[in-house]
Design a protein. Structure first.
Length: 168
């Protein structure tokens, strides 16, 4: 292997690591931003026409995401005390697109301390933009025995795009 080939291989590796790091930071920013009620910053994680599909709530575009964060339901979670705790992200980068899988826990404060009220599977599709990586689509389902949740994790871990179809 020539020095030029080795340098090109090293550059490719550094680029992949930087991409994976940026994608991980994007996912892990969601919890602190949504738990602090920063609706615009949450929405800015997505592309302008990005989608967020979570168990019966389908959001298309940043305005829908802002509305979700500002909703009475979400503001009630914040007022009670909550954390959207994001797990590790398994990202598969392919050029200017990436597919990932992750888990999260929604923990809320109560009279007897904190309790987990939801465990969720996430399938992510990211695109590289002029402003860096952004979420193009996030599909989430509760890990309550729902086979769709297992499908999301498996597809994301294998880097398989689930397409734009809505899951039940």
């Amino acid at each position: 292997m020539t020095i030029e080939q080795r340098l090109a291989q090293l550059e490719d590796t550094v680029r992949l690591l930087a991409d994976e790091r940026e994608i991980t930071r994007l996912v892990t920013a969601y919890g602190p931003l949504v738990d602090s009620g920063d609706a615009e910053a949450v929405a800015a994680l997505w592309t302008p026409d990005g989608t967020y599909d979570v168990d019966g709530l389908f959001m298309h575009g940043r305005d829908d995401i802002v509305a979700m964060v500002r909703s009475d339901a979400h503001q009630g979670l914040i007022a009670r005390g909550c954390t959207h705790l994001q797990g590790a992200v398994h990202a598969n980068v392919h050029g200017d697109e990436a597919i990932a899988a992750s888990h999260s826990l929604l923990v809320v404060a109560g009279d007897k301390g904190f309790r987990v009220i939801r465990a969720t599977a996430h399938h992510w599709r990211f695109v590289r933009t002029d402003a860096g990586w952004k979420v193009a689509r996030r599909t989430s389902r509760a890990l309550d025995g729902n086979p769709d949740a297992h499908h999301l994790l498996n597809a994301g871990a294998h880097g398989t795009d689930i397409g734009d179809r809505r899951l039940p």
